[in-house]
Ligand binder design. Structure first.
Ligand code: PRP
Length: 215
């Protein structure tokens, strides 16, 4: 059995990580599109390929010793139970508040709205904290994807979503009002593994730190 298990977020982070893993001598041995658990070229390290939102849970419970996950997910999950020693510099984006280009909210006004603003998001905790910090009462509507649609069909006044290039917002007639947080892929470590497998974890950290994306 491999000494260390590294959980990777399926999707964009996994794709962006592959060159970095190869440069660190950890190229997967198998089909990362299909396999959920696969060895790497280093017999001491195996990979798990799982949904991004599940990575913190696997690492927190020690089912994986380490994980690679977006800061957006860590902010939503509450990353306190994990160590976050390394910013891999991949999958850079930001969590932002956006609305329709023609919304009165763009100029800082509230228009006719006397009710609480409705905010559609995949990130209810981040959203709750953001608006609570400014004493603004909002109604949060949890969605699982395609947030950009919500303001267009009157489901929400605002969205909180990831923005990378801004192309998706523009294509849907939305504009960014403010940035809540910057995000990128982070390496997280189980707290017990950091102690009990210290040499192995530190070695892996050093290898990934050497090849991480800079800039
Ligand atoms: C994310 C996000 C936006 C888009 C932003 O979605 O939810 O829709 O990327 O990128 P852009 O600013 O470069 O256009 P993703 O493709 O990760 O899929 P999702 O809708 O399943 O979250």
């Amino acid at each position: 059995m491999a000494a260390l298990t590294l959980a990777l977020s399926k999707g964009r982070i996994l794709q962006d990580c592959l060159p970095l893993l190869a440069a660190a001598g950890l190229a997967p041995r198998g089909d990362t599109e299909r396999l959920l658990r696969l060895p790497t070229e280093d017999p001491e390290v195996e990979l798990l390929v799982i949904r991004p939102t599940d990575v913190p849970t696997y690492v927190e419970y020690g089912a994986a010793d380490l994980g690679v996950v977006g800061k957006d997910i860590l902010l939503e999950h509450g990353g306190g139970a994990l160590y976050e020693p390394l910013d891999l510099g991949l999958a850079r984006c930001r969590l932002a508040v956006a609305t329709r280009r023609d919304s009165p909210l763009v100029g800082g006004g509230r228009g006719e709205a006397t009710r609480r603003l409705r905010v559609a998001t995949k990130y209810p905790e981040v959203t709750r904290r953001h608006f609570a910090a400014r004493d603004e009462q909002v109604e949060i509507i949890k969605l699982y994807g395609s947030m950009e649609l919500a303001p267009l069909v009157g489901l929400a006044d605002l969205i909180v979503d990831l923005v990378a290039t801004g192309n998706t917002l523009r294509a849907n007639g939305l504009v960014e009002l403010e940035t809540i947080a910057e995000s990128s892929a982070r390496l997280v470590v189980n707290k017990a593994a950091m102690k009990m497998k210290h040499a192995a974890v530190a070695g892996l950290l050093a290898r990934l730190a050497r090849v991480r994306a800079h800039g």
